[in-house]
Design a protein around this ligand. Structure first.
Ligand code: SF4
Length: 317
C-alpha cells in the first residue's frame, strides 16, 4: 500500500479585498507519496505558491486539512507547529533575497544545524556545515563567503544546504530555478534529484515552466485561478493532456529544433477575476471550446483513467 506522507484536503485561502473575497486557493485536494515529487504548475497568480505556503502555514489557510504523517498541521498550536517545522522546509525562488546578506555561508547554514541540537560545540557545528556544503556541491573554501560574492547557482546551493540542515522529510521547492541561467537550472535540478535519491526526500516542486516540472516530478498538478484543472503522472500528462489549458501550456514549450513543426495554442480573452468568481468554469473566457454548459457550474475533478484527473465539462468527450 502507498505510504502517503502528505494529504491535503479541500484547502482554501481567501483574501479579503476592498472589492470582495479573492479566491487565491479554492478547494485543492491531493495526496503525496513518501519519496516522490509532485509538480505544481500554472501561470503567475494561479495560487501555486500560496498553496505551498499554506501547507507550511507561512500563510494561514481559510479552510481545509493538511495532514502530514497522520497529523493535521492546521490544528496544531504555534509551539507544536514550530516543533514540526524541521520536518517541512522550503527553498525559495530568489536565493539572493532569501539569504541574509550579512551572514557568511557558515553562519547561514549553521543556523539550521543549531536548531537540530545534535551538534553543540563550535567544532561539531563547523564539521556538520562542511558536510552539508559537500552534499550540495559547495567548495570548502567558500565557507566564509557572503552571498553577494557568489553566483546564483551557488547561492541556491546555500538555500538547499540551509533547508537540509534541519533534516527535513518534505521540501517545498518554490520556483527554485526560475531566477537561474538555463545551464545552472539543470545542475540544481540534478542536485535535487540526487538528494532525493540519497536522503529519501519528498518534494512539492512549484514552477510556471511545465518542462522544468516534468524533469523532476512523478506527478503533475496543473492549477488555474486557484483550482486544480488536471492532475496525472508526468508521462501520462505529457502523452495524453486533456484539459484545454494543459494543452495550451504544453504547446508553449519550445522545441530546440530548427525545423520543429509544432502549433502553438494562443490563448485569447481576458482572465476571469478571482474576486468572488461566478459559479462557472474559470477558464471559459479564454477557452477555445467553451460552450453553453461551461457556464453552468464549476467543473469538478473526475478520474478519467487510473490516476488521471480532469476538471472540464466537455473533455474527454
Ligand atoms: Fe473549456 Fe468548457 Fe472545459 Fe472550461 S469546461 S475548460 S470552458 S471546455
Amino acid at each position: 500500500m502507498a505510504d502517503h506522507i502528505l494529504e491535503v484536503n479541500h484547502l482554501k485561502k481567501y483574501f479579503k479585498t476592498n472589492r470582495g473575497m479573492l479566491h487565491a486557493v479554492d478547494d485543492i485536494t491531493f495526496r503525496l507519496e513518501r519519496g516522490k515529487t509532485l509538480g505544481i504548475v500554472g501561470e503567475s497568480g494561479c495560487g501555486k505558491s500560496t498553496t505551498g505556503r499554506c501547507i507550511l502555514r507561512l500563510i494561514e489557510p481559510t479552510d481545509g486539512e493538511v495532514i502530514f504523517e497522520g497529523e493535521d498541521l492546521l490544528k496544531l498550536g504555534k509551539r507544536q507547529m514550530r516543533a514540526r517545522c524541521s520536518d517541512l522546509q522550503i527553498i525559495f525562488q530568489d536565493p539572493f533575497s532569501s539569504l541574509n546578506p550579512r551572514n557568511t555561508v557558515m553562519e547561514t547554514i549553521a543556523e539550521g544545524v543549531r536548531v537540530q541540537k545534535k551538534y553543540r560545540t563550535p567544532a561539531e557545528i563547523e564539521k556538520r556545515v562542511l558536510e552539508l556544503m559537500e552534499t550540495v556541491g559547495l567548495a570548502e573554501r567558500l565557507i566564509n563567503s557572503y552571498p553577494h560574492e557568489l553566483d546564483g547557482g551557488r547561492r541556491q546551493r546555500i538555500g538547499i544546504a540551509r533547508a537540509l540542515a534541519v533534516e527535513p522529510k518534505l521540501i517545498i521547492c518554490d520556483e527554485p530555478v526560475s531566477a537561474l541561467d538555463v545551464s545552472i537550472q539543470a545542475q540544481i535540478l540534478n542536485l535535487l534529484k540526487e538528494l532525493q535519491r540519497k536522503l529519501g526526500l519528498t518534494y512539492i516542486f512549484i514552477s510556471h515552466d511545465l518542462s522544468v516540472v516534468n524533469h523532476i516530478s512523478d506527478e503533475i498538478m496543473v492549477m488555474y485561478l486557484g483550482q486544480t484543472v488536471e492532475k496525472a503522472p508526468s508521462a501520462e500528462l505529457f502523452a495524453n493532456p486533456i484539459h484545454p489549458y494543459t494543452k495550451a501550456l504544453l504547446s508553449a514549450i519550445p522545441i530546440p529544433k530548427v525545423d520543429a513543426n509544432k502549433e502553438r495554442i494562443h490563448l485569447k480573452g481576458e482572465v476571469t477575476s478571482p474576486i468572488d468568481p461566478e459559479d462557472e468554469c474559470r477558464f471559459a473566457k479564454r477557452c477555445l471550446y467553451a460552450c453553453e454548459k461551461c457556464q453552468k457550474g464549476c467543473p469538478k475533478l473526475k478520474e478519467v483513467s487510473p490516476g488521471h484527473f480532469v476538471a472540464c465539462h466537455c473533455f474527454p468527450e
